[in-house]
Design a protein around this ligand. Sequence first.
Ligand code: PLP
Length: 392
Amino acid sequence: MTNDSKYPHDFVAPHLHNIPRSGIRDFFEIVSTRKDVISLGIGEPDFITPWHIRESSIYALNRGATSYTANLGLLELRKAISDYVQRRFDVNYDPASEIMITVGVSEALDLAIRALISPGDEVLYHEPCYVSYAPVIAFAHGKPVAVETKAEDDFRLSIDALEAKVTPRTRVLMLNFPTNPTGAVLTQQDVEDIAAFAVRHNLVVITDEIYSELTYEAKRVSIAAVPGMRERTIFLNGFSKAWAMTGFRIGFSCAPPALTEAMMKLHQYTMLCAPILAQKAALEALVNGDDAVTHMRNTYRQRRNLMVKGLQMAGLQCHLPQGAFYAFPYVGHLGLSSHDFAMRFLEEQNVACVPGSAFGACGEGFIRCAYATSTEHIEIAMARLQTFTTSL
Ligand code: PLP
């Protein structure tokens, strides 16, 4: 019996009982008990934040930047974000009333959902997906409704699948392209079709584009840029992935004034503002960080090619991920569940990957292998994978 017995289960709000702990966390608690593991598990860049970005935070700290900022964030940063989103995504947002700096995309997702839904409202999101979507909806007393995406469609989202799940209670559609964990991207035609679906059913779209800078061959498209969508879209982005700034905890949302104001209310009474030093670093990232992002993107692309080749040599089918830094190969034909495959691969070869089932029921049969790790590690991991699959 642990000390938990002092805190009866009944003290916890009932709706939290049904929300499972993240499958990634459970798995990595096991990984942490082992030595010299080669990890393809963590969804985090192996790069350290570029020096000029770190230095801008140090410089600001030396000059005494230790205060709160405006709730929406530093105006200078919001202006830089407005320029960036216009330049990269072709959508114009007013820095004064339509942009808010948040504590990562994580906070922005929570604010967006809480700003939009009432208890019992349904939220559509595509699976396999980032582990926090369904819990964040459930925290707000909404009903998460998963829409399956399939390997044979390169994990793009089909309108038929969406139409099958939409009801009169559906209020929101959540998108994440490029997708964690599949690396899927959408075409221009896809976003136009999804936009028409959202208009047809009067939905608000939350689009989490945290991996958009890490798009490889494909053209980068955002649903926010489709005519008529800006007014019903909350566009989210952040610095964790492409600028390798996970520890700074900094992201942002762009949305029409009424939506930004609603999110800002939640933010000002809960978070107040994002940390000033992280905001200073984000400003430097946007103003002078393009070369570093290009370098990291090119490196990830080379690693992706290496990994996909290695997966194929180990006899696994894997669509070519077009964005983010994850490959999502199929292992279902080998007679093990995703979880058992990942456990045995870890136990027998000391390589960690994440069972696809951690990303929703339709991730069963797959594993997620992150290529945000060195070429050398990818080469060793793929050689061990070949040994492992041959032994099954
Ligand atoms: N959205 C997706 C799709 C992610 O994969 C992650 C992190 O893995 C996040 C949001 C969280 O990002 P942040 O570090 O900005 O909170």
